[in-house]
Design a protein around this ligand. Structure first.
Ligand code: SF4
Length: 345
């Protein structure tokens, strides 16, 4: 395993069998995370990018079996934040010093292209970078977002295993999702993707394929989240994903895509109080503090126990900064594009 890790550090390449071997060997985890940390330091440095997350609608037309926002979850109180309030939240995020705003929602058709571009233009006047995470749209929509000023888009593939995808995302098409990722690139947006780790029926071979897929699409950002069962979903009784495995998938992603942006995800923190710290010390270089108003946050429950629910945006940010400084890292003052695109900043 030592030699495989060394090879990955030097060449940023591993084949499917090598990835599977590393994923299946629990003993190699400390060395793997240390190697990813070293590569992170070498390629993207010690600064951490903060992205202010606004969860502006929890309506979703889809029915993903693992997600608390799924259409058939009638126990969820739904909300949409109106445009002036979204702009106020973004303004507050910018005033707090955040250089990127992330607008996230379920797939909510109420936010038409016209409404979205109005919001995008409003936020871009604040001088921040803007990331969207609003699901599958047409190429024309993505182009309209880009023309209005959006910089990046997050669309997790969730799993590259088609059968698994179809089982857990009923009514959706893996090919359409793949096409959306290609369209985002065509539209000129930075492309973020990622996967869930620990879905029922998922194998280490499938996780290895996910990592190779991230390399194949030449992703700008990759977010890895352990699967956490939600009580109001069909997967309520499933065994959840393991933090250790999610961290290994993340570390291997850093080794193969050394200069991209990788968040220490909130789901990692939900599984362990030091989940994000371990991620930051295992290849991650991004944190997304939640700047949504506390009143809405409890209803944006993709999975139970989403960390820090109940804190105000200012408190969330303060906690994150303390965490960063506590491990000797600093907050980046730039907009934090993928290094190869950083001339846009
Ligand atoms: S994962 Fe996304 S698309 Fe699926 S139900 Fe949840 S919010 Fe909707």
């Amino acid at each position: 395993m030592k030699n495989l890790i060394k090879k990955a550090v030097q060449n940023h390449n591993l084949n499917r069998e090598e990835l599977i071997a590393l994923l299946e060997d629990d003993n190699c985890a400390p060395a793997l995370l240390a190697a990813a940390d070293e590569v992170r330091k070498q390629y993207v440095g010690d600064e951490i990018h903060l992205r202010g997350l606004i969860e502006f609608s929890n309506f979703c037309k889809n029915n993903c079996c693992y997600c608390g926002l799924r259409r058939d979850n009638h126990r969820l109180e739904r909300y949409r934040i109106d445009t002036p309030t979204i702009l106020k939240l973004a303004e507050h995020a910018a005033a707090m010093g955040l250089k990127t705003v992330v607008l996230q929602s379920g797939e909510d058709p109420w936010f038409t292209t016209g409404r979205m571009t109005e919001i995008i233009r409003g936020i871009k006047k604040l001088g921040v970078a803007l990331t969207l995470s609003t699901g599958e749209k047409s190429l024309q929509d993505y182009q309209a977002y880009r023309e209005a000023g959006a910089d990046r888009f997050l669309l997790r593939i969730e799993t590259t295993d088609r059968d698994l995808y179809l089982r857990h995302d009923p009514g959706m098409s893996w090919d359409s999702r793949r096409q959306c990722l290609a369209d985002l690139r065509t539209a000129g947006l930075e492309v973020g993707s990622g996967c869930l780790v620990g879905l029922p029926g998922q194998t280490t071979a499938s996780l290895a394929d996910d990592i190779l897929f991230f390399k194949q699409i030449d992703a700008d950002m990759i977010g890895i989240g352990p699967f956490i069962p939600h009580p109001d979903t069909p997967l309520r009784n499933a065994e959840g994903g393991k933090l250790d495995l999610a961290l290994k998938v993340m570390a291997l992603t850093r080794l193969l895509l050394p200069d991209i942006n990788i968040p220490a995800t909130t789901a990692m923190e939900t599984l362990a109080p030091d989940g994000q710290i371990r991620a930051l010390q295992g290849g991650a270089n991004v944190i997304m503090p939640n700047v949504t108003l506390t009143a809405y946050r409890k209803h944006y429950e993709l999975y139970p126990g989403k960390s820090a629910t109940g804190y105000t945006p200012d408190e969330s940010l303060q906690k994150v900064i303390e965490k960063i400084n506590g491990i000797g890292r600093t907050v980046c003052k730039t907009q934090g594009f993928h290094i190869r695109n950083s001339k846009q900043q």
